[in-house]
Write a protein that binds this ligand. Structure first.
Ligand code: AMP
Length: 137
């Protein structure tokens, strides 16, 4: 086991070394309540496979993630909600084990607040970017 895995708080939750309010578990997936929620019902879905960013997780380890998010949304009774997954410290990731937040948005004050700094469109630059990215897909 790598040092990162040994010290990973979510790996410890998976192994039962630290407690959580477990909502769903299967071979590949675990869901539990977030300990410092942004709103009532805020929960996390994680692949058991340890990896820091989504790009570090094999596709087959992710198969149950979105179905579990759907179950959480239904079970919490959330009518409006956000699905959030942060990759990297600069993108607000604090725990270095991939996790998906299901965050109910009951009103303007609670839940996820979003800043959406839209940029003006430069069509030539957008087309160049499109060709560059599409060529690498
Ligand atoms: P992120 O900023 O995307 O890395 O979010 C990490 C989330 O994990 C935060 O919302 C924390 O409240 C949550 N969290 C950290 N430790 C625990 C824990 N032991 N049990 C449940 N949730 C946790």
């Amino acid at each position: 086991m790598s040092g990162k895995m040994a010290s990973c708080i979510f790996c410890k939750i998976i192994k039962g070394e630290i407690p959580c309010f477990k909502l769903f578990e299967s071979d590949k997936t675990l869901a539990f309540l977030d300990i410092n929620p942004l709103s009532k019902g805020h929960a996390l879905v994680i692949p058991k496979h340890h990896g820091e960013k989504l790009t570090d997780i094999p596709d087959d380890q992710l198969a149950e993630v979105l179905p579990t998010v759907k179950k959480l949304a239904a079970a919490t009774g959330a009518n409006e909600w956000n699905l959030l997954q942060n990759n990297g410290k600069g993108a607000h990731q604090e725990v270095g084990h991939v996790h998906f937040h299901m965050i109910p948005k009951p009103n303007a004050e609670e839940g996820l607040g979003i800043s959406w700094p839209q940029q003006k469109t430069d069509m030539d630059a957008l087309k160049k970017l499109f060709e560059d990215v599409k060529g690498k897909m």
